[in-house]
Write a protein that binds this ligand. Sequence first.
Ligand SMILES: Nc1ncnc2c1ncn2[C@@H]1O[C@H](COP(=O)(O)OP(=O)(O)OP(=O)(O)O)[C@@H](O)[C@H]1O
Ligand SMILES: [Mg+2]
Length: 257
Amino acid sequence: MKKIISISNQKGGVGKTTTTINLATSLAAVKKNVLIVDADPQGNASTGLGLTYNDRKPSIYEMIHEKKLLTEGIKETLIPGLKIIAANTDLAAAEVELTNFENREFVFKSIFNEINNFDFIFVDCPPALGLLTINSLVASDTTLIPLQSEFFALEGLSALMKTIQLIQQNFNNNLQIEGILLTMLDKRNSLSSLVEKDVRRHFGNQVYKTTIPRNVKISEAPSHGKPALVYDTQAAGSLAYIELAKEVILNQNKNHE
Ligand SMILES: Nc1ncnc2c1ncn2[C@@H]1O[C@H](COP(=O)(O)OP(=O)(O)OP(=O)(O)O)[C@@H](O)[C@H]1O
Ligand SMILES: [Mg+2]
């Protein structure tokens, strides 16, 4: 059975793409079949996995717009067991064009229904609460929310929670929160620790035990077109994403008991 997880937060630069790439890679490393859907016109997940411009078509946009086949759009990556539906800037047009679609909130869902043979599908959402993110959430079983460990972390989260509630009420009553992930944590910085405490007090066991440290190897990896886990397997950030993958699998097993 496949599980579809959107990585969402309309706040920019909080670690959505980094989490998508490295969590997906960690799960592929333990022999799960994993697909990333790059739903962000910036195409950072596609770049971070080393896809060249020509590799990036058809994106989910061409699948929607030109009815291109999934089989054409699902590309191999350098990681065995990890595939991707890439994105390019054309996807920005989808945000506008989707508004004219009947069932405009369900377009991703109908595409994902045709995708089989994966254990996990991760959708890397753009930093906005527009139709691309809404489509991702409507099509997902759960959403994982990265939060940057800084003063403004919680700002904007209520808008995201409201959107999730609206989607649960109107389009997808099965949507659940997979977990909240603290990213770019700097343990030496007392503000970082305060933010962590605050988030844990607020959201309790929805927050992963694992936190992702601020780690230079993580920020260097995308420019090499590699996940941090491949760029430097022993880096603190890489090890943290392996721990996160363990938690995701544990939660998955718990839910199936
Ligand atoms: N743990 C980390 N340590 C150091 N740098 C990080 C870490 N996580 C992410 N970064 C860097 O921070 C920047 C933003 O991360 P990322 O692209 O994953 O965020 P995002 O939420 O996907 O951004 P956007 O909203 O633009 O899609 C990137 O340059 C990334 O390399
Ligand atoms: Mg991103």
